[in-house]
Design a protein around this ligand. Sequence first.
Ligand SMILES: [Zn+2]
Length: 77
Amino acid sequence: MDKFFTQPNCDRCRKSLKNGRTMSMFNTDRLCLDSLETEHHRPDYHQAVEADHAEIKKGNYNFKGHACIKNKKARSF
Ligand SMILES: [Zn+2]
């Protein structure tokens, strides 16, 4: 199984990922939901999302930082 689903702790704060996990928009870090929230408040978050969507349009679904779960969350707020 992919490391994304088996990794037990957040790459950023080391908190347990048992209550939810997502992937960073900026790199391939696995984040807990608290760290995701922190990332959403970065001034350059919007640019990271744009870059991610631009890669998807090109058909590159493996763009660094992209994951389906994360994108659902990113679009829901
Ligand atoms: Zn975290």
